[in-house]
Structures are given as structure tokens and as C-alpha cells.
Write a protein that binds this ligand. Structure first.
Ligand SMILES: Cc1cc2nc3c(=O)[nH]c(=O)nc-3n(C[C@H](O)[C@H](O)[C@H](O)COP(=O)(O)OP(=O)(O)OC[C@H]3O[C@@H](n4cnc5c(N)ncnc54)[C@H](O)[C@@H]3O)c2cc1C
Length: 504
């Protein structure tokens, strides 16, 4: 089904519809050298897939918060597709996004809301895309409506493979290493090569958009495109990393067994993309500006801050339970560490509040959250999250490894375990699942991948900080001028009577 065909659109989905579409139209996913026939039952994927299905059910359980009436069909659709025109509508979107992030402890950055916000931004900024080619603007709006009315789930892939970061895609050993246009016909284009990463390959459609700054209008043109295609498109392949779950029990891997999103390299083996699915093409300048001009980056970051709040609330609750269970609250440095997490939480809440309070209608008539607090949040959280994980390690200490499995607690040593694993304020069989949760947060493969995710998923923190300084330079210079004036007063005072040494 493509956005030009008339879809049997049913509006907001429930879990079974999400699962059946994945079974009917399986993406070409490869895991440990083999194609995955059914991600809904494969042990490496089914935990995350069934959590997503539960989220689709949840949006109907909380329909008044999570859904709204489609402006085109009138049926209920996910609120994360809303183009807000008022502050109230904007706040209703963050309230809806919080529902899924709460349900996943903030550990699923790629709940469909994230890219629903991106696509909504692109569709809102369709006039900007249309300036490149009128068709592209129309395509963005049509595709957005198709996704909204069918409630499909997107993954996305932005950056070229990490072969040689010192040179551009065109200058790699093979110019087709990074995905590039191989051919153009009346019907569309053919893409060959690869993109570095897509989290959540077990989704319905793939957004292929530019991210890294393209520098040369001529040389980079074959790498400059923005398009969306179904995940089962011929020639498209996802090569996955090793799963952090692999069908383990909720008791042993409380987070990994539920929230494994999976990451994959995306291979385009001469993938044909019809013109209807293309939003940006061979226009390096427009590709570089698209995220910012359309507002997509702001709407995505809005979702990210909601995720940060849910995740930090989870960490604060977890840290507090750990402290309480082992009677560590009497130690001052423990109080200090709890305070640190609380301050981080309030900081994220303040950013969200400021972004919404200072929201304004943008050039497309959409109520756009203020960028500065969101920009600060996206630069700060990659620094805060690893530190909070460290705090969980510092509180839990050896309790994080002195930790039996489900098989142990049900085995012949259960009596030993009952006695020796007790805590000051928790029986062994309450303490063990709590500490397993802490371990999965701060020590397991799942926990480590979360740290890497928070460090990098929105971009290289070093270059994000550089972009921040660059884009706020005028504001920074205002403060520099104030300090310069202050310094000048002191200098002038000092040399008022004697004159400057070099002027004598
Ligand atoms: C868990 C996870 C999930 C992700 N999910 C997705 C996804 O779904 N879709 C997607 O498109 N991307 C995804 N990403 C990729 C993410 O966008 C990148 O990690 C990020 O943009 C950084 O790029 P890189 O990883 O290629 O690092 P590189 O660019 O290869 O950087 C490696 C190192 O070199 C340094 N470096 C490289 N170039 C420069 C430079 N020009 N100036 C200064 N320093 C430089 C970096 O600072 C870094 O220390 C994900 C990443 C992670 C870790």
C-alpha cells in the first residue's frame, strides 16, 4: 500500500492490528545471519513488539488523552499527529505523549510518537518542501495523512555508515557505501548503499531523511534526499545487532524483556522509490535546512523532553526504593545523590514548561514550542543520564551483582536465598526483583545500550554543542558586551590618573 492508493484507513490502531500488519507485511529483518520470518514471535523481538502492541491498546484505554478527531475523516487518530494551533492543544499533545513514556519507564525512546511528531512537522512545513518542487510539498501532506489515518509506525535512518568520518560520503573508498541515488526514471529513483542505523526495525515504514550537514552542492547531491517507504519494499534489508532480550523472563530482565527496541543497519539493494514518496531531492541547501525550517526538529525534541521526564521519574523512584530497602537513607552522600536526580527531574520539567509557555505560532500557523529550552534540554540530558546511571550503581553497590535468577529463587536453594538475600526493609523475594530492575537499568546490556542511546541518538553531542553555540552566538555576544563594559570601567578607573603603561 502506498500513500497514493486509497487505504482502508481505520484511524488509531489497537494492539492486534499492529501485530497482524507486521505478520502480513514482514520487514526484511536479519538476525544472526538468518532472515526473521515473524518478529511477533521471534525471541529477539517479541518482547518489544508485544509492548508496542500493548501501547496501541493503551491509547484506546486512555482515548480522551491519547486520541483526537481526525480533521479529514472525523475518526479517532493518535494525538501525536495533531498540528496544534493553540497552547491548549500543544499541552494536550505532551500529556498524550507522557502516557506511553510512563508505561515504558522512558526506556522506549522510539514509541511511535517520536516520529509521528517529526512527520507532523514536515507536513506542517510542506510549503518549504514545495519551494523545492511543488510535488514534494503535496507528497509530505498526503503521506502524513496516510500515516495518521492508518496509524502506522515509523522508523528512520539519517546518517551514513561510519567507514571514514574524516571525509564526506562521496569521498569514501566506494561512493555507494553510503546510500545514494543510482538511477532516476519517470516513475521514481533507485537507491543503492547503506545508512548507519535505524532503531525499531520492527515497524511499518521507514523515513530516510538527511541529518549530517551536506557540504558540496554538486558532490553531495546524490546523497541528498528525504523519502518514506514501506519496510517490506523490495531490496530493503535491516541487519540487526544482537538482542539484549532474547526471550528472557520479566523476572530476570525486567526492562530488556519488555523494552528491547533493537537497532539495525539499513541496506538499500537497488531500492525503487516512487516520486509520490519523495519530499526532498538533490537539493543540498534545502536538505540541510529541512529539519529546522519545517519545525520537525522542535516537535521531535518536545517528545524527547517528555521522555526525559518519564525516565528521570523512574530513576528517582528506583533510587529511592533501593536506598530505603537497605536502610542507606541515613548517609548524607546518599541524600545528596537523591537530590541530584530530583534536581535533574525539575530541570527537565522546567524546560518543558518554558518551551510550552513560550510557544508561538510559526510561519506555518502551527503552535511551535520555544526552541531554546528544548535545545538546552537535548544538550544537557546526554550528560545527566550517564551520571544518574552511575548514581544507581553507587547506591546499589554489590547488591547489583549478588542477585539470583528466577531459576534460583524457584530452585532447591530457595531457603538459602530467602534468608541471605533479605534487606532491612524488604524480604528476599521483594528485594531481588527490585535489585534486578536496578541491574537492568545500570549494568546489563540493556542498561548500557540505554546509556549509549542517550549519549548519541539525537546526534553527536560535540557537534550539537557546536551548533548550539553557533546558533546562539548573537545572544552570547550580548552578554560578552556587558562583561566587556564592566572590564572597561575597571581598566579606565585604574589608569585614570596614571594613563596606560604603553601610552607613556
Ligand atoms: C542506540 C542508538 C540508536 C540510534 N538510533 C538511530 C536511529 O534510529 N536512526 C538514525 O538515523 N540514527 C540513529 N542513531 C545514530 C545517531 O544519530 C548517531 O549516533 C549520531 O548522529 C552520531 O553519529 P555516529 O554514531 O556515526 O558517530 P560518529 O560521527 O562516527 O562519531 C564518532 C566519534 O568521532 C567524533 N566525530 C566524528 N565526526 C566529527 C566531527 N566532524 N567533529 C567533531 N567530532 C567528530 C564524534 O564526536 C565521536 O566521538 C542511534 C545511535 C545510537 C547509539
Amino acid at each position: 500500500m502506498s500513500p497514493t492508493q486509497s487505504p482502508r484507513a481505520g484511524g488509531a490502531r489497537r494492539g492486534p492490528q499492529f501485530l497482524s500488519r507486521l505478520r502480513e507485511r514482514p520487514p526484511s529483518i536479519w538476525y544472526r545471519g538468518e532472515p526473521v520470518r515473524d518478529v511477533t514471535s521471534h525471541p529477539a523481538f517479541r518482547g518489544g513488539v508485544h509492548t508496542l502492541a500493548a501501547l496501541y491498546d493503551l491509547q484506546w484505554d486512555k482515548a480522551d488523552i491519547c486520541l483526537y478527531d481526525s480533521p479529514s475523516s472525523g475518526q479517532k487518530v493518535a494525538r501525536s499527529f495533531m498540528m496544534p494551533r493553540t497552547l491548549e492543544e500543544l499541552r494536550s499533545i505532551s500529556a498524550a505523549m507522557k502516557v506511553w513514556e510512563d508505561a515504558t519507564c522512558g526506556m522506549m525512546g522510539r514509541v511511535p510518537d517520536y516520529l509521528n511528531r517529526a512527520l507532523t512537522g514536515y507536513a506542517a512545513g510542506a510549503p518549504f518542501l514545495a519551494e523545492g518542487d511543488a510535488r514534494f510539498g503535496r507528497n509530505a501532506v498526503r503521506y502524513y495523512e496516510y500515516l495518521r489515518e492508518n496509524d502506522l509506525c515509523l522508523t528512520h535512518t539519517l546518517i551514513p555508515p561510519q567507514a571514514n568520518r574524516a571525509v564526506s560520503s562521496a569521498k569514501q573508498a566506494d561512493p555507494f557505501l553510503a546510500a545514494r541515488v543510482k538511477e532516476e526514471t519517470d516513475a521514481g529513483i533507485v537507491i543503492r548503499g547503506c545508512r548507519m542505523l535505524a532503531t525499531l526495525p520492527m515497524s511499518d515504514e521507514l523515513m530516510v531523511f538527511p541529518s549530517t550537514l551536506l557540504k558540496s552542492a554538486e558532490e553531495d547531491a546524490p546523497y541528498a534526499f528525504g523519502l518514506c517507504i514501506p519496510n517490506d519494499t523490495a531490496g530493503l534489508r535491516f541487519i540487526c545487532r544482537e538482542s539484549v532480550d532474547y526471550g528472557r523472563s520479566h523476572f530476570d530482565h525486567p526492562l530488556g524483556s519488555r523494552f528491547e527496541e533493537m537497532d539495525a543497519v539499513v541496506v538499500f539493494d537497488d531500492v525503487f522509490v516512487p516520486w509520490e514518496n519523495i519530499f526532498l531531492y538533490r537539493d543540498v541547501v534545502r536538505c540541510n535546512q529541512a529539519y529546522a525550517r519545517t519545525g520537525a526538529v522542535v516537535h521531535m525534541t518536545h517528545q524527547v523532553v517528555v521522555k526525559n521526564i518519564a525516565k528521570t521519574e523512574f530513576l528517582l523512584g528506583l533510587a529511592s526504593l533501593l536506598v530505603n530497602s537497605i536502610g542507606a537513607e541515613i548517609f548524607q552522600h546518599i541524600q545528596d545523590k537523591l537530590a541530584e536526580i530530583w534536581i535533574n527531574l525539575e530541570t527537565m520539567r522546567a524546560f518543558l514548561r518554558a518551551a510550552e509557555a513560550d510557544a508561538a505560532l510559526d510561519e506555518w500557523g502551527v503552535m511551535r514550542p520555544a526552541w531554546d529550552p528544548l535545545d538546552a534540554a537535548r544538550n544537557l540530558y546526554p550528560r545527566l543520564y550517564p551520571r544518574m546511571v552511575e548514581i544507581i550503581q553507587q547506591i546499589g553497590a554489590s547488591g547489583l551483582v549478588a542477585m539470583p535468577t528466577e531459576a534460583d529463587v524457584k530452585g532447591p536453594l530457595a531457603e538459602d536465598i530467602k534468608k541471605y538475600y533479605q534487606a532491612a526493609r524488604a524480604e528476599a523475594f521483594d528485594r531481588i526483583p527490585l535489585f534486578r530492575l536496578a541491574w537492568d537499568t545500570c549494568l546489563s546490556a540493556f542498561g548500557s545500550r540505554q546509556v549509549l542511546y542517550e549519549r548519541f541518538f539525537f546526534g553527536d553531542p560535540v557537534r550539537m554543542a557546536g551548533a548550539l553555540v553557533g546558533s546562539h552566538n548573537a545572544q552570547i555576544q550580548q552578554y560578552a558586551e556587558k562583561v566587556r563594559a564592566f572590564v572597561k570601567v575597571n581598566r579606565d578607573e585604574a589608569f585614570a590618573t596614571s594613563g596606560k603603561p604603553d601610552s607613556r
